[in-house]
Design a protein around this ligand. Structure first.
Ligand SMILES: [Cu+2]
Length: 473
């Protein structure tokens, strides 16, 4: 047996022994649970088992009762969702039969502060063909019956304390787990952001400088915890003729890779073509599947940031395949999971399924940056999202000046001062959010949800841009 094999054998032996030990302890624990009077001693045994203590309390919790004495003195945040099936476009593969939370993919983002109580209600309309459920990863309550099926024509409410800061997936649990893959991969997912109770840490960025003697030295720069914020959720669509194809899912043979529900949803559209190239038909980017103002809320949009500003991106891998998150042209300044820093100064960070992170980044140079899943199959099927930092495009600067709308860009240091940032890429504001100067209507959602964005002040560019052009003659 060579050295490596020997090492492997040792690992295997420890694993087997560990399994046997854990098994016997677990059996003793179950016996202790048999009568109520033994519950206290069961807890004590678990406590004595060390690390298990961190994981097990959820197994003893009652279904998220909303009258718990523990909730007194805490802020209670309501989070109502509706489980509803609608038809939505894919851009590259025809329409598809989507399942949604509240007519949008992803579902609405919940944002609370660590220690808040979430009161979550899922309603399934009576004309919906299937039950749905809601599994919230930010909770620590018993999965059964809390996340169980909600029948059409009924609703279910449960409560929990958001104890741990970070980003968390929530998703449909199908019909008591049956068809859960279908419901999630057809669109029933979203995130909860739990802000740390004592706020976000300031950001340190590695830089160098040259002193007066000509020596290069380390020049770390610090940014406040306040940030311009984004949300990016990665998933796949597995489709045949607009319907979910489980066979393709089993083979990890995706049809499209979606970011916030849309493949290539953050690339230029004909508005940008016009502003930069003087012609709606002269594409800037080689893949522009949502290239028309006629597409309304589905037309692709770009993301804009000023240079030198702390950006905070909440990222979740909602899907079935890994996400190798990378920003072409940038180094990620910080990666945080939960409320613990995982890395400073890294090129790419890997997210497995149902895993999340907070990426902090500052763009130093005006230019065009592309957030990708650095898996080539994912990039070319949808996971390329473009962010323009600063005001790097002389043509747009000139065109916007000619149209008399450039001042907003100059004032804010980014084109969002003219065009706004896409509504669905921006999470609800928290205490340390730098507000975007404007939002434009953008979502993989029904017309009713798009209208709600307009009612919230978002600009429908398909109306605003032709009006500006007409006014400019
Ligand atoms: Cu469902």
């Amino acid at each position: 047996m060579n050295k490596r094999m020997n090492f492997m054998f040792t690992i295997a032996a420890i694993a087997v022994m560990g399994g046997a030990l854990f098994g016997s302890t677990f059996t003793a624990q179950l016996n202790a649970m048999a009568s109520d009077s033994n519950v206290a001693s069961a807890y004590k045994q678990i406590e004595e088992m060390g690390g298990i203590e961190l994981v097990m309390p959820g197994a003893f919790a009652e279904m998220g009762d909303c009258n718990s004495a523990e909730y007194q003195g805490r802020t209670v945040v309501d989070f109502p969702l509706t489980g509803v099936s609608i038809t939505l476009p894919t851009g590259l593969a025809g329409d598809f039969n989507a399942m949604t939370f509240s007519e949008q993919i992803p579902g609405p983002t919940l944002r609370v502060t660590q220690g808040d109580v979430v009161r979550m209600t899922l309603t399934v309309p009576s004309d919906e063909a299937t039950p749905h459920g809601n599994d919230m990863h930010a909770s620590q309550v018993t999965a059964v019956p809390t996340f169980g099926a909600v029948q059409p024509g009924t609703s279910k409410t449960y409560c929990y304390i958001a104890e741990v800061p970070g980003v968390y997936k929530y998703h449909c649990s199908g019909v008591d787990v049956a068809a859960m893959d279908q419901h999630v991969l057809q669109g029933m997912y979203g995130i909860a952001i739990v802000d740390p109770i004592d706020g976000y840490s300031k950001l340190m960025v590695e830089k160098t400088a040259v002193n007066s003697s000509g020596d290069v030295y380390r020049d770390r720069q610090f940014y406040s915890g306040d940030a311009l914020e984004w949300q990016l959720q990665y998933n796949q669509l597995y489709l045949t003729d607009g319907n979910y194809d489980q066979g393709k899912m089993m083979q990890h043979h995706h049809t499209l890779t979606v970011v916030n529900g849309q493949a290539l949803g953050y690339v230029p559209n004909e508005i940008h073509n016009l502003l930069n190239n003087g012609d709606v038909n002269k594409n800037i980017f080689f893949l522009q599947p949502w290239n028309s103002m006629e597409l309304k809320q589905y037309q692709s949009q770009l993301m804009f940031s000023p240079v030198g500003v702390h950006n905070r991106i909440f990222i979740e891998n909602q899907g079935n395949e890994p996400v190798y998150f990378h920003i072409v042209g940038e180094i990620i300044d910080r990666v945080t999971q939960g409320n613990r820093v995982q890395s400073h100064g890294t090129e790419t960070w890997l997210l497995g399924g149902s895993q999340n992170m907070i990426v902090d980044v500052v763009y130093d140079e005006p230019g065009i940056y592309v957030a990708v899943n650095h898996d080539y199959a994912a990039i070319y099927t949808g996971a390329a999202s473009i962010l323009v930092a600063g005001l790097p495009l002389p043509n747009i600067n000139e065109t916007a000046t000619a149209l008399g709308v450039v001042q907003g860009a100059v004032d804010t240091g980014m084109y969002a001062g003219v065009l706004g940032n896409p509504y669905d890429a921006i999470p609800p504001y928290g205490e340390q959010s730098i507000k975007h100067p404007a939002k434009n209507v953008h979502c993989m959602c029904s017309d009713a949800v798009a209208q709600a964005q307009i009612d919230d002040g978002a600009v429908p560019l398909w109306e605003a841009v032709p009006a500006i052009l007409a006014a400019a003659g």
